[in-house]
Design a protein around this ligand. Structure first.
Ligand code: ZN
Length: 199
C-alpha cells in the first residue's frame, strides 16, 4: 500500500513537470525499511516492482540497485522522526533559485506570501557537494534537522513529509515559491515578518 502511494506520487510529480528527464528520486519509510526509487529510471516510468529496499542505515536489502542519491534520503530519515516520505527533484525554478549567489544562512525563498511561510516554513540551503557524495548526505543531515524543505546549492531540492501525498503538495508549493522568487528577483518587493504574518 505504501509502495503504491509512493508510485502515485512519482507519477504526479512527473505529470506536474517537476522531474525533467530521468532526474528525481523518492522514498518512503515503512517501519525499519526504506523503499526507494532505483537508479536509472524516470519517475514517470517507475513501478512498485522497481523499488529498492534499504534498512535505516542504507544497507541494500533487496530489489534493484537504489538511486545513487539514496544516502541523502537515509540521512534525512535519520534526523526527522516526522518524515515518512522524502523526495529529491531537479525542478526548474527551485534549481534556478539554488544557483543564485546567496549566503548559506540566507533564506533562499523570501517570505513573500503567508502560505509560503505556513507550508514551507524556514527553507535551508545546503552547500554544494557532488551528487551521491558523503559530503552532500552530511549537508542534508545537518539541514534536515532544522528544516523539512531544503534547496541543494546548484542542484535541486529535498523535501521531507509525513506521507507521499503531502510530499507532492510540498514539492508543488516549493516550486511555486521558487517561481515567485525568480519573478521578483532584483526588484524592490515587500516581504512579510514571519512572527506576525499569521497573527
Ligand atoms: Zn539530484
Amino acid at each position: 500500500m505504501t509502495a503504491e502511494r509512493l508510485i502515485a506520487a512519482c507519477r504526479a510529480l512527473a505529470e506536474a513537470g517537476l522531474s525533467p528527464g530521468s532526474s528525481g528520486n523518492a522514498s518512503v519509510r515503512e517501519g525499519d525499511r526504506i523503499l526507494i526509487t532505483p537508479t536509472g529510471t524516470a519517475l514517470r516510468r517507475v513501478t512498485v516492482h522497481d523499488l529498492a529496499i534499504l534498512d535505516l542505515d542504507g544497507v541494500h536489502l533487496g530489489g534493484p540497485a537504489p538511486t545513487k542519491e539514496a544516502a541523502m534520503h537515509v540521512a534525512a530519515y535519520r534526523v526527522r522522526a516526522d518524515a515518512g516520505c522524502v523526495v529529491h527533484l531537479h525542478a526548474r525554478a527551485a534549481t534556478a533559485v539554488s544557483c543564485l549567489a546567496l549566503a548559506v544562512h540566507d533564506d533562499p525563498l523570501p517570505a513573500y506570501t503567508p502560505y509560503r511561510l505556513r507550508m514551507l516554513r524556514r527553507v535551508a540551503l545546503v552547500p554544494y557537494a557532488a551528487p551521491g557524495s558523503d559530503a552532500l548526505a552530511a549537508g542534508v543531515e545537518a539541514a534536515a534537522s532544522m528544516s523539512h524543505c531544503l534547496l541543494l546549492a546548484n542542484h535541486g531540492s529535498v523535501v521531507c513529509a509525513a506521507d507521499p501525498e503531502r510530499a507532492v503538495d510540498l514539492c508543488e508549493e516549493l516550486e511555486a515559491a521558487a517561481e515567485l522568487t525568480l519573478a521578483l528577483h532584483g526588484r524592490e518587493a515587500r516581504t512579510l515578518d514571519p512572527a506576525t504574518a499569521w497573527a
